[in-house]
Design a protein around this ligand. Structure first.
Ligand code: PAF
Length: 293
């Protein structure tokens, strides 16, 4: 069964009846693609109720970003979830999907809303450098959604790896009783990570978008096959060469645990890139174990 709840009040009534059920939560901006669907599938497998929130959160968009044009496709999204429910053979079972799609912004940010959740150490780098306030907007809305939904588990895709680390740290610091479940990046056949923003790309931009994934793949191969003392200068060279293309917003590597510069004991390196194609900016990352001997 799929229910659609358009206000916090409606949601609260629905939530009261869930008593002992386990609740999986997939927060989204909507315009669901295969990446989102993989999170919902995993949640359906592991919880009685899966709640998908669809809310284009104004607080996480900068003044010159795509808040206004961000695709709002509740009808299509609902159909995709219905189709998933059917194809997973859940009709007639106790498993349930509920869509929480607040009809207006005040449902989440009532008048005089004044909280701001900020994790500056993790936020002021990578995407945070060119999107000031973005991660405060994300952590604030996710905290608020967690308070409304009160899930047992929350599913986050690793394409937004920095976002995942920030929410994980927020959960730890605030001792929230939510288990965060990171999910692998879903990719198109040619390797481009699924993103709602891929649809903004022209044919040429779509072809050029592969530079992002391929460059990260090239760096990953070097790290994977070479001891770190030799890999580091080789990848620095690839990065320096690549950055001559001014469409890179960033291309770098950091310790995947804390987004700090890698130290001697860094075990899992995160390779991070953001690439601009016209007005569209795409991000991607790859994780790779460092070889010391
Ligand atoms: O990743 C997203 O879609 C958004 O940042 C999130 C987590 C739904 C918060 O608005």
């Amino acid at each position: 069964m799929i229910e659609i709840l358009r206000s916090t009040k409606q949601f609260d009534i629905f939530r009261k009846n869930l008593d002992k059920k386990t609740i999986g939560f997939v927060p989204t901006l909507g315009n669901l693609h295969r990446g989102h669907i993989s999170l919902v599938k995993e949640s359906l497998r592991n919880n009685d109720i899966t709640i998908v929130s669809i809310f284009v959160n104004p607080k996480q968009f900068g003044p010159n970003e795509d808040y206004e044009k961000y695709p709002r496709t509740l009808g299509d999204d609902t159909n995709k979830l219905k189709e998933l429910y059917r194809s997973e053979d859940l009709i007639g079972t106790d498993k349930q999907i509920a869509i929480f799609a607040p009809e207006s912004i005040d449902e989440i940010y009532p008048d005089n809303f004044s909280v701001n959740i900020s994790l500056p150490e993790l936020s002021n780098k990578l995407c945070g450098l060119n999107r000031p306030g973005h991660f405060d907007g994300v952590s604030t809305v996710v905290y608020s959604l967690f308070s409304i939904v009160r899930p047992n588990k929350a599913y986050f895709g690793q394409k937004d790896f920095q976002q995942y680390l920030i929410i994980k740290k927020m959960i730890e610091d605030m001792r929230l009783d939510v288990q965060i479940v990171p999910m692998p990046i879903k990719r198109e056949v040619d390797g481009l990570a699924f993103s709602s923003r891929n649809q903004y790309l022209s044919k040429e931009e779509r072809a050029d978008a592969l530079i992002l994934t391929r460059t990260l793949g090239e760096i990953k191969n070097v790290v994977k096959n070479t001891i770190w003392s030799e890999a580091k200068p080789a990848i620095d060279q690839i990065i320096n060469e690549s950055l001559k293309d001014t469409r890179w917003d960033y291309l770098t590597y950091l310790d995947s645990k804390n987004l700090e510069n890698p130290v001697e004991k860094t075990y899992m390196l995160g390779l991070f890139g953001a690439f601009k194609l016209g007005d569209t900016r795409l991000i991607d990352n790859k994780l790779v174990e460092i070889k010391y001997a």
